[in-house]
Design a protein around this ligand. Sequence first.
Ligand code: RB5
Length: 145
Amino acid sequence: MRVAIASDHAGFEQKQILVDYLATELGLDVMDMGPDSDDRVDYPDYAVSVAHAVADGTADRGILVCGTGIGMALAADKVAGIRASSITTPEFADLFRRHNDGNVLCLSGRFVEPAVNKEIIRVFLETPFEGGRHADRVAKVMALD
Ligand code: RB5
């Protein structure tokens, strides 16, 4: 599985930790789409890079880290084909996959500890979509693109 990841300045420190987790502990193919430092940047610029990588199939899943995860989710969801959400617990990560077929995970670098974000990522990457009645609902959401 190839995972695209990016952050803004508020998520940079955790992004570095999470890139290492994805590559070293989970053994995944990681596309680090920046930034390369914690200099101030605008989160929509990085959200759109990861969202396009997922939407065009360059990456299988996307992960975005900002202060709250909220701005990244707002921006990524504007890209056709993307189902992004701010997720702060492993339980929500599980439902985001099983019910919503989420493909871009947005994390908080300021309010959620790295250990919790690692568990959220593990659940996000390992949990399948349930399909069935949820597939019809997701199709209705995607028809809004
Ligand atoms: C940056 O200060 C902050 O607004 C951003 O990281 C994010 O939390 C926005 O939703």
